[in-house]
Design a binder for this molecule. Structure first.
Ligand code: CTP
Ligand code: MG
Length: 586
């Protein structure tokens, strides 16, 4: 008997960004055509069919791609087709991407690594003049003026819009949607890292690895954090992890005979921490003295998690390099798993992170304010608390793990399932709009003074410390992820959550001449950037009064410390001098 499949329409996968056609038997096939109004709920139900590579496979493939890539700084008016043609003589080009506003940059990936060797062989060293070159041969290559293929003004490179320009574009696009679910989807599409952004991040990681092999030949460096966990926003920092553990691999390898009496003579350190600090400090010196691409180098080695901070100037990426921090890599994998398990997770996390940025709750510098990582955990916990829950607990993810997924680091169990098809889709049918509203209601009245947040169990539990807010680190349960948040910032968060809930209720419908829905949540940002808003204050009560009430209910009951209230009242993310660094607060 003949079987007929009905074509239902086109959707885009929230996790991987690929477009696909949907048929009545639930099957999907991929398409390149754009989708205008994706239905997030329907997408969620179909998502399990597109679960592909594991986190480890994806990282390995991306790194391999990056090792076959180079970065070329070109003059602004370069003739792109001619340049590509001349580069193709060195080997087949697998991928290319031009970017940059002040100068044109080309990210070029060859099919094979010998393409890079060939390009390097064709490069000369700058001639010594007043300055003398350090003769390093990196994969960042400069196109000099005398051999540049040029064109006229019409072919100037695309300008990447800076943050506020991108944001203004977003507000305009949100206006054209007829419901908040559509606005949320637009937000993700507009703010998420593009494929090119991700490639560039892996390339920077690979370039850094090249440099570090000067001191540690078998070192591996890989990105983690928002660059890889599907919550990254254009312009977010690039977190990288220098895997010292991989250097010990040989000790356990079968290739080395266990009973061999030979071992390397090496310098010994008092602790792994001291070894980590020394390695990061050496990398800092390499960057400072050898590479022209990395600048603003800052060593923050006394932090709980020592970190080297710098900027990669060709890509304009702010980078954080840590070592012995494998647990953070496992955390990135876990966050990515949550993003892939249910399609509502990403729009919600993006909305909350953008709302918090717009309201000055978060900042690009560290301090006493809530971090994006903490905010993400708050969203995930809220989704675990729904009835029925939208996402599983970390214990649930552990239950589905098999032997290969098992990993314990310094006694901490970081195991989660890598095959996400084992996780059954949620029975919760709430829309993302409902969940957004629910998030603000939930945290607008959360008993922070009594309860802490535990994502492993998916339960609130009795507080175990005296900090204003306690989010238990899912893998290191003796650590509080939000230990840095002071009372003022917590009160501010709760107050703004209440305010956001109120705004969503009042302005939930499209109106021709006013901001509505998601736009009202991002308004503070647009005010700061000088854009047009409806200008009305949306909260019905005076600010000082509201602050006092919340302060009383959240904190004074517990500690009665009015001095802190006075002191913290005067601080804000942009001005507070009490800057802390990643990990220092735990
Ligand atoms: N991390 C962690 N424990 C912390 C802080 C961070 O495990 N207390 C890990 C998380 O995996 C986090 C990553 O380190 O994603 C990077 O931290 P950070 O840069 O602060 O957060 P991102 O998620 O990258 O967010 P952003 O876009 O603000 O950089
Ligand atoms: Mg980060």
């Amino acid at each position: 008997m003949a079987m007929y499949m009905r074509y239902l329409g086109r959707l885009r996968c929230g996790a991987c960004g690929l477009r696909f056609r949907v048929f009545s038997d639930g099957k999907r096939c991929f398409t390149s055509k754009a989708v205008t109004q994706p239905d997030v709920l329907m997408e969620r139900k179909l998502q399990e069919t597109c679960r592909r590579k594991t986190f480890a496979q994806e990282q390995a493939d991306r790194l391999e791609q990056a090792h076959r890539s180079i970065l070329i700084k070109c003059p602004q008016k370069v003739n792109k087709p001619q340049l590509l043609k001349s580069l193709a003589k060195h080997g087949n080009i697998a991928h290319h991407h031009f970017f940059g506003s002040y100068e044109t940059m080309l990210l070029l990936q060859f099919e094979r690594r010998d393409g890079i060797l060939s390009v390097k062989q064709s490069c000369s060293m700058p001639r010594p003049g007043k300055a003398f070159p350090f003769p390093a041969r990196s994969r960042v290559i400069l196109m000099t003026r005398h051999n540049e293929p040029t064109v006229g003004k019409a072919d100037l490179p695309d300008r990447r819009s800076p943050e506020n320009e991108r944001f203004q574009d977003l507000l305009e696009m949100l206006r054209h949607h007829s419901n908040i679910n559509g606005q949320l989807e637009e937000l993700v599409q507009h703010m998420q890292l593009t494929e090119e952004d991700i490639r560039l991040r892996f390339l920077v990681s690979s370039l850094l690895q090249d440099l570090c092999t000067a001191i540690l030949p078998s070192i591996q460096i890989q990105p983690f954090g928002s660059s890889v966990n599907l919550f990254g926003r254009v312009g977010c920092d690039l977190d990288m992890f220098l895997d010292i553990g991989s250097l010990n691999f040989e000790r356990n390898s079968k290739r080395v005979q266990q009973d061999s009496p030979l071992e390397f003579q090496v310098k010994m350190f008092k602790s792994e921490r001291q070894a980590t600090q020394t390695i990061l400090s050496l990398v800092g010196k390499l960057l400072r003295h050898i590479s022209p691409s990395f600048d603003s180098i800052q060593e923050v080695l006394k932090a709980r998690c020592p970190v080297l901070r710098f900027c990669h100037s060709p890509s304009n990426l702010n980078c954080d390099l840590t070592a012995s921090n494998r647990i953070a890599l496992y955390m990135s994998e876990t966050l990515k798993a949550f993003a892939q398990i249910d399609a509502r997770v990403r729009p919600l996390v993006f909305a909350i992170r953008c709302w918090a940025r717009a309201q000055n709750l978060t900042s690009s510098v560290s301090g006493t304010w809530i971090t994006n990582f903490s905010l993400t955990l708050l969203v995930l916990f809220f989704l675990q608390q729904r009835s029925p829950s939208v996402i599983p607990t970390i214990s649930d993810l552990r239950k589905h793990a098999d032997r290969r997924d098992h990993r314990v680091l310094d006694g901490m169990n970081c195991t989660i399932v890598s095959d996400l098809s084992k996780i059954a889709p949620s029975n919760n049918e709430q829309s993302v709009e409902d969940l957004l509203h629910g998030f603000f209601d939930f945290y607008g009245s959360f008993p922070f003074q009594k309860k802490s947040i535990n994502l492993r169990t998916g339960q609130m539990q009795r507080r175990s410390d005296n900090f204003p807010m306690e989010i238990i680190n899912p893998f290191e349960e003796n650590l509080n992820v939000s230990k840095n948040v002071n009372v003022r910032q917590l009160v501010h968060f709760v107050e703004l959550s209440q305010n956001a809930s109120w705004k969503l209720e009042k302005h939930h419908q499209s109106s021709s001449n006013q901001s509505w829905g998601l736009m009202t949540l991002l308004q503070h940002w647009s005010n700061q950037q000088g854009s047009v808003t409806d200008g009305t204050s949306l909260h019905p009560r005076p600010k000082a009064e509201r602050f006092n009430d919340l302060y009383q209910s959240l904190w004074s009951e517990k500690n009665g410390n009015s001095e802190e209230m006075q002191q913290t009242r005067n601080s804000s993310p942009q001005t507070d001098g009490d800057r802390q660094v990643k990990g220092q607060t735990e």
